[in-house]
Design a protein around this ligand. Structure first.
Ligand SMILES: N[C@@H](CCC(=O)N[C@@H](CS)C(=O)NCC(=O)O)C(=O)O
Length: 316
């Protein structure tokens, strides 16, 4: 894994030494918008945009789910990277379920970043929302990509489902804040911590938030009440990876999601939502983490479990 500095690849792992052993996620570098506003640089057009994703990545998974839910699959094409992310970063190497770079036949995802700007300095992350027309990255920030998908293509698709409704925004923002820091990013903070204290701090915050969410879901169907919103999808992509990966690989092993009755039922309900199961690929998920993070798992052996059947009936 590494990053681009003035367009040159440098193979470097995350620096936790300068931060007391704590993992600190950097902000995404590309933050443009697909927008209906007059004169917008990136207007919604069918066939113009492309998503580069990893099926392993919880952030990219959000974008794939929204592409499904909002029926924009025929308007936005997708390339899936190989789950192995080693010294070359994300690659388009062959792997079952990976597609290669379906636009330009490149070898490495970083070449998409340098196609945008050959002297760019940035981490090379997924998801990437790409504009085929200008050969520019529109955005590599999943939280903003899902907001664009929520509304920008409504006229093209006729799908007006709203996962960020005005009346619930305050509530959604509050939940997102807690879920992002302590759960979505919390599992990474635990897994990438290089001191005992940094690890324990992250794990404690993670499980106290899971308790809060469990209690909430015992009272209500979704995080923001009766309405399914982006807050649920943002939590879902972490929950679905939890028992197979974060519990073991990231040492988040106080409990499994399967031990929380309401959370587990909710996770299965979201998994069974039309179109969602086909966005979940446990082979890519397990392979990516256990095979790529060689400082955590030097043998690169991928565990066989857990045995879970997410298709069994759920309580509504
Ligand atoms: N803020 C970004 C984070 C994306 C991200 O960190 N993706 C990971 C994969 S799960 C990645 O590509 N990491 C490579 C790296 O950090 O070099 C988003 O939510 O879109």
């Amino acid at each position: 894994m590494g990053l681009l500095v003035n367009g040159q690849w440098q193979d470097k792992w995350y620096d936790t030494d300068s931060n007391g052993g704590k993992f600190k996620r950097e902000s995404a570098s590309f933050r443009d918008q697909i927008s209906n506003e007059k004169g917008a640089a990136f207007p919604p057009e069918s066939g113009r945009y492309h998503l580069y994703v990893s099926l392993a990545c919880p952030w990219a998974h959000r974008a794939l789910i929204f592409r499904k839910l909002k029926a924009i699959e025929t308007h936005i094409s997708v390339s899936v990277v190989c789950p192995d992310m080693l010294d070359e970063g994300w690659t388009f190497a062959d792997f079952p379920g990976a597609t290669g770079d379906t636009l330009y036949g490149k070898q490495f995802l970083r070449e998409i970043y340098t196609l945008h700007d050959e002297t760019v300095t940035t981490r090379v992350t997924v998801p990437v929302l790409w504009d085929k027309q200008t050969k520019q990255i529109v955005s590599n920030e999943s939280s903003e990509i899902i907001r664009m998908f929520n509304t920008a293509f409504n006229e093209l698709t006729g799908n007006t489902d709203d996962y960020y409704p005005a009346a619930l925004r305050e509530e959604i923002d509050t939940v997102n804040e807690m879920v992002y820091h302590t759960i979505n990013n919390g599992v990474y903070k635990a897994g990438f911590a290089t001191t005992q204290d940094a690890y324990e701090e992250a794990v404690t915050a993670l499980f106290s938030s899971l308790d809060v969410v469990e209690e909430r879901l015992q009272q209500q169907r979704y995080l923001a009440g009766d309405t399914l919103t982006e807050a649920d999808w943002r939590l879902f992509t972490t929950l679905i990876r939890f028992d197979p990966v974060y519990h073991g690989h990231f040492k988040c092993n106080r409990r499994q999601i399967a031990d929380y009755p309401a959370l587990y039922n909710y996770m299965k309900r979201l998994y069974q939502h039309p179109g969602v199961a086909e966005t979940v690929n446990f082979t890519h998920i397990k392979r990516h983490y256990y095979y790529s993070h060689t400082m955590i798992n030097p043998t690169q052996v991928v565990p066989v479990g857990p045995e879970q059947d997410l298709t069994t009936p759920v309580a509504e």
